[in-house]
Design a protein around this ligand. Structure first.
Ligand SMILES: [Zn+2]
Length: 247
């Protein structure tokens, strides 16, 4: 079987057989892959830290028909600063979970790999973690081919608001067009922030002011598209984040 060497980030790990772990990686070169990491259930294994979720490393894998096998690897960055803070760690795990749930296996996804790393790097320094999350969600949807249509009503084409957002169509709906089930209002300010996030990514994110109301609207827009277009809903980390933020 062929071997592959690639940088990758660990999205998820779970116990497998008596002593092994089954690890989901987002590799730079082959997208999402599932890997058997032999013996890593034991804490004294030399690879047990390497296969912890959120670890960025160099991985050497033996490719298999359905599962790959970890041969060798080394940690590039364990993101310790994110692990020390429960809220930051939960946001980082949320980024990993949404990638794990929305990416197909074994399809190269270099832009998503780069986006996830940029989001984690930004999370380490950015004061407003929710703002990082909203920017990440929108840009991930864009990379997956589900960029929301934000320049005009997706039914009649008018650029004059106020608008609703309709997750089923992935775009705006003006007040004159028939209301779609599941649609909800979005303010002009929210639409402008979403366009800025999509056009500029994480560049100068700190100067972009996102009110709590706009944050909530963007969260609903993204959650609606993930649910209706990708079938990704009920993320464990997202419900935990909501609980933490309401305390
Ligand atoms: Zn319309």
């Amino acid at each position: 079987m062929a071997e592959m060497r690639s940088p990758a980030i660990v999205l998820r790990g779970r116990d497998y057989r008596e002593a092994d772990r089954l690890v989901t990686l987002l590799t730079r070169d082959a997208g999402k892959v599932t890997v058997v990491a032999r013996g890593t259930k034991k804490t004294k294994s030399k690879f047990s830290a390497l296969v912890e979720p959120l670890t960025l490393g160099h991985f050497l894998l033996r490719r298999g028909k359905s599962l790959d096998t970890l041969i060798q690897g080394e940690i590039i960055k364990p993101y310790n600063s994110l692990r020390k803070d429960l809220l930051l760690f939960t946001y980082a795990q949320y980024f990993c979970e949404v990638c794990e749930r929305s990416l197909p296996e074994n399809e190269p996804a270099v832009p998503v790999f780069t986006l996830l790393l940029t989001a984690l790097e930004t999370l380490e320094t950015e004061a407003d973690s929710a703002r990082v999350a909203r920017c990440f969600e929108l840009n991930l949807l864009d990379e997956l081919g589900f960029r929301p249509v934000l320049d005009a009503c997706c039914t009649c084409g008018t650029a004059t608001g106020p608008f609703l957002f309709t997750p089923g169509h992935g775009g705006l709906l003006c007040g004159h067009c028939p209301r779609e089930p599941g649609s909800f209002p979005v303010s002009g300010a929210t639409v402008a922030i979403m366009q800025r996030f999509l056009d500029q990514g994480f560049h100068r994110l700190a100067v972009c002011n996102v009110s709590p109301a706009a944050n909530e609207e963007i969260r609903k827009v993204c959650a609606g598209i993930f649910r209706d277009s990708l079938g990704v809903a009920q993320l464990k980390t997202l419900s935990f984040l909501k609980t933490m933020e309401s305390i």
